[in-house]
Design a protein around this ligand. Structure first.
Ligand code: NAD
Length: 364
């Protein structure tokens, strides 16, 4: 996995926090275990800030801060637009997971999470496993995404993939007038947890598949399993396809790639796909490409974790995830009516719900 977006010019901390409009940013340090973590709490108007912890060998602290700010704001929008009573938060632990991860470090981190008294609920993200969540759980109850054997909701990826598939169908309906993906050529970038489950849905519906992955053997294995064509990492952008599905990393929609894309629809599960929302969102509209907002269509995993937090069922989570189809169509219509672009319309919709519910809570 790679960072969601490269940092260009690091600004002072408060300047960045103010730009993203965070409520609180918590720096956690422990000399004994080498823990260096940042917890970003973006907005808690709708509920406790929920979002995973990512462990990554950031080149600089500024890069780690930038990542946690972007990711936690994304969680606020994701929860809000999905109708969940959750705020947005995220944590990053700085360091190479293969070198620094230990039970002691994770438990120390768990104690920092516990100190926030439920204002932040953590879960899995890049380089974290359900086993790691078990260690964190030893120090705090404010953790979700636990294994099913511990009463948790288990792996969120199948639910994320289902929501992404629903969002893709809605975007196809907008672009082609039909949501059938039979015979549609789809390029999937990244065949990890979510990508693989997504391929299952697409194969079942009779889509023609092209795929790539950072790990060649993973790409070939998926190609043989799903009757797909495997292509090189960079070749994925030049494919003659109807739909491009980014399911690996962020910022893959940028000045270099957008001009190469031949697709009419972009719909994938990766977070922060647009390198620059304000430039690349409108650019996709100008090119006649229907973009399904990432935080809207990849919300299935969060919906699944929310079910765990609220004690509701996986079936309920799946039913709610299915609604991503309708939400996507609504946002795409709204963007068209506003003369804006889908990402901007989705953000506005999320912000409106936060503002409206904030007023409901304004009186005792
Ligand atoms: P994963 O690590 O299992 O899979 C990612 C895959 O992408 C890996 O197979 C990796 O080898 C591949 N990859 C990395 N760099 C690549 C590149 N340059 N080109 C092609 N392939 C590359 O992760 P995942 O859980 O499947 O998540 C995929 C994306 O979806 C991530 O951006 C994640 O943040 C986002 N997401 C995941 C969930 C979830 O439920 N897992 C929920 C919401 C969002």
């Amino acid at each position: 996995m790679v960072l969601d977006a490269p940092l260009q010019v690091p600004a002072p901390v408060f300047e960045q926090v103010a730009e993203f409009q965070h409520e609180q940013v918590v720096y956690c340090h422990d000399h004994e275990t080498g823990l260096r973590a940042i917890i970003g709490i973006h907005n808690t108007v709708l509920g406790p800030a929920l979002g995973g912890t990512r462990m990554w060998h950031y080149a600089t602290e500024a890069e780690a801060l930038h990542d946690v700010l972007r990711l936690s704001r994304g969680m606020t929008y994701k929860a809000a637009i999905s109708g969940l009573n959750l705020g947005g938060g995220k944590a990053v632990i700085i360091g190479d997971a293969r070198k620094i991860k230990s039970e002691a470090l994770l438990r120390k981190f768990g104690r920092f999470v516990n100190n926030l008294n439920g204002k932040y609920i953590t879960a899995e993200d890049v380089n974290m496993t359900t086993k790691d969540m078990e260690y964190i759980r030893m120090e705090t109850k404010h953790v979700a995404g636990l294994p099913e054997s511990m009463g948790g909701s288990g792996d969120p990826s199948p639910v994320t993939a289902y929501g992404t598939y629903m969002g893709m169908k809605a975007a196809a309906k907008k672009a082609f007038g039909t949501d059938s993906l039979a015979g549609r050529r789809v390029a999937v970038q990244g065949v990890g947890h979510v990508g693989t489950y997504l391929l299952e849905h697409l194969q079942k519906e009779g889509a023609k598949l092209v795929l790539t992955d950072y790990y060649e053997e993973r790409a070939y294995a998926a190609a043989s399993r799903f009757g797909a064509v495997a292509v090189g990492l960079d070749e994925i952008y030049d494919q003659d396809v109807d739909i491009y599905s980014p399911c690996a990393l962020g910022a893959t929609l940028n000045d270099d790639t957008i001009r190469r894309l031949k697709c009419r629809v972009i719909a994938g599960c990766a977070n922060n796909q647009l390198e620059n929302e304000n430039e690349h969102g409108p650019e996709l509209v100008r090119r006649g490409i229907v973009y399904a907002p990432d935080f809207l269509i990849n919300a299935g995993g969060l919906i699944n974790v929310y079910a765990e937090v609220t004690g509701s069922s996986r079936e309920g989570a799946l039913t709610q995830t299915e609604k991503i189809y309708d939400y996507t169509l609504q946002v795409l219509d709204r963007a068209e009516q506003d003369g804006s672009h889908p990402q901007a319309a989705a953000i506005r919709q999320a912000q409106e719900r936060i503002a409206a519910i904030g007023k409901v809570k304004a009186t005792f």
